[in-house]
Every structure is written in structure tokens, then in C-alpha cells.
Design a protein around this ligand. Sequence first.
Ligand code: SF4
Ligand code: SF4
Length: 436
Amino acid sequence: MPVGGRKQAPSAVELEEATVTSTISGRSWELPGMWNRMFEPRVLRDYGSGGFELISALPGGESLEWCYGCGKCVPVCPVDLVGEYGPRKLHRKVQTGTDLVGDPDLWMCTTCGNCLRVCPKQVDMIQIVPAVREAAIGRGQVPPELQDVFEKSFRYGNCLGENPRRRHAWTKGAGVPVRVLPSDPRPVDVLLYVEDYWSYHPRGQQAAQAFARVLDALGVDWAILGPEEKTIGDSQRLAGEKGLFEALMEDVVATLGKYEFNRIVIPDPHGFNALVKEYPARGHTYDVAHYTQFLAPLVDELAWDRELDLTVTFHDPCYLGRHNGEYDAPRRLIEAIPGVRLVEMGRCRENGYCCGGGGGGMWLDSFTGNHTSERLSERRVREAAATGADALVVCCPYEVSRFEDAAKSTGNEHLKVRDIVELIDEAMGGAGRHGA
Ligand code: SF4
Ligand code: SF4
């Protein structure tokens, strides 16, 4: 700081606590180091550059150092709205001596991508965070609930630890025939890659059954892999387990190679992201569509049976919207459903608010709950309820159960949570149409 035309020599003294005495009242009180730093500023040269050297040496970690502190990323970070976060803050922590590899902040990022959207220096948390997490896994510093998911994914081929033979148990309640390729390996047009939550979670199974009925009504030639399907594991990759992702990919590619199909349709934006970005980067390219992209061009062929009389708001999944640029297909479907009126939340499309499930966050709710004032899903549900909508509609299998829990915990039980395909199926007559 210039004083009398000369630079004042900074003091490197930084007390962990200090006693401050008021010059007016004469009273004294203790201040912790956090406040003390305001009185005894430390200069950056007092810290080493070891933190950045370590992170920049990790493939993918290089860009954290590029930050120049503009702060644009912090107000768009969903975690900062319920805590203290954002790339600028992480950059500062590393700059001032925090070992990010061993810090709880490493596990808070959902890789939602909103910071990268606004960052003028291309500080890329989608690369940095998985790279540093991989280093943490190498040190054995992984939240136990995440380690459990890694083990289940490796052992059973699904993050829920369910029996692979029960992968297609959901088909029994669909009310329409579902072809399972291992038992009927004839060539097929559409391979539905069901993924874990639509296969096993009770609310996901309801959406899978609804989609089966819609495909049947459209006369699509489609099939599933049943017991041969394994998770694509993109969230495990982003949570730091690149090795597990690549092992799963080898299995998935080998299974896909056994059958003849024209295109893959997938309900999970995370699996979709891997199939359109990570698989081609490793030499495996398929014709892939998210289920909303598959249905949107067919909207005029859907045979409606009833009007729903419902005001809804829509939550953009980060890995369909921001990461892959698809905002219109889900909206086209919602707006086509008879009697459904769409109202948007303030944070939507490119600036959509993350549900907290991405990048491994799906399995870290108890861990992150210790570091935030509320869950991201709870904040999002409050935003949805504030629109006055009757229902929050989604098109990511992670979200139905996350938002239903959040609706209960925030006292918004009146807010229904529905997958888009559940509403489509209902307006087409639903299970009753088939006597299921
Ligand atoms: S927007 Fe980018 S450059 Fe600006 S503070 Fe955030 S990370 Fe740093
Ligand atoms: S990717 Fe999302 S959660 Fe992670 S730091 Fe950026 S804005 Fe925050």
C-alpha cells in the first residue's frame, strides 16, 4: 500500500487469534484468525507455489492456474448459493496453501459447467476436478459413500449394487412386450440403453414402463440388452474413477458389438454425454439420441387420449443442456402435451440450476450436507414451487427421486415431480390403455 510515496513493507505476521480493545469503550474481545487477517495482511509471496505445481502436473488440472480472479464464476456456481464455493475461491485457497487433494471442497463440485460458460480464461472445472479427485483416490482419500458406489459399479455393473439378472425386471409392469436382445438377437432399429435408475429405482422403473408404452404406440422396432447391460459410468468418471469408466467402456463396447442396431436411445443425460463425447474420443462412435431428442420429431404421431390440465415447470439437466446444448427437445415435448402449460424458472436453459446429482454428487448428499446450508435439490425445488406450477418435470433419471425427497424436506409436497415421458404416457392413456 503506498504510504508517503513509498511502498510499505508488508508484515508477514498473521496471528491465529488476537485480542482487540475498543478505543471508545475500553472493552476487549477475542477475534479468530479469519478476522485477524483483515488487520495483518499477508502477501502472496509468503505462500509457496507447490499447490499449483501439483495440480498443473495432473493431466486436466492445468487450467486452474489460468484464473485471474475476475469473479464471474462465483455467482453462477450452484454450490456457492448454498455455501462458499466457485473456481475463484478454490484458486485462492490453493494460492494460499490449501492442499486441494485432501480438502473437502474437492468433492463439492457437481461439474455442472456453469462456471466454464462465463469464464474468460477457460478455467475448466470439468477437467480439473476429476483429475484432482483421481489423485485423491490414489491417496485413498475418498468419501466412503462414493467408494461404495465405485465398488458396486465394478462388481455388479450398476451403481446401486443390484443383481444384473434383474436388470429387466421392470419390463413386467410395462403392459407391452419388450424384446431382450440376449434372448432374441435379431437386428433391431433402436437399442434402448436403459441405464441404472430406470432399470432399478422404483420411480425410474415407472418412467421406463411409460417409455416402453410410448415406443409401442409409435410402432418403433426396439429392444434392450437386459442382463447384459452395464452402466456407462460417466458420473463415476467425473467423480475421479477414470480407470473404472474405461473398464466399463470395454465391457459395454464388447456387448454392443454382439448385436446389430441402427441407433442408441438413452434416457440418462450422463450416459448420453459419455456416448457422444467420451466414447468417440476413444474410437467408439454410435448414432445416439437422448430420449427427448428421439421423441421430439415424432410428436405429431403421438395419439393423445386426454387433457391433463397441469401447469408445469421444467428443470434442464446439466448434461443434456449446458454440456450438450439440447434445450428445445424437452420443451417441444412438454408443450405438445394437451392441457399442459409450461412456466419457466428464472434460472433455466444455459443458466439452469444444478440438481446436485452430477459429477458424483448423486451419491454424496450426506457428505455435501455437512458443508452447505441446504441441498441443491432443495433450493431448486423451492425455485420450482415459487413459479406456482403444479408439477416439476424432468428428463434425467437422477432427478425424480432427488426432487421428490426435496419436495418433502422443504414442505412442498403439493409439487408433483414427473418425468416428461410419464406425462406423455398419461396423456396417451397410460397403463390403462393396455390393461396393465
Ligand atoms: S471466471 Fe474464470 S478467471 Fe474469472 S475468477 Fe472465475 S475461474 Fe477465475
Ligand atoms: S462446475 Fe458447477 S459446481 Fe463446479 S465449480 Fe463450476 S459452477 Fe460450481
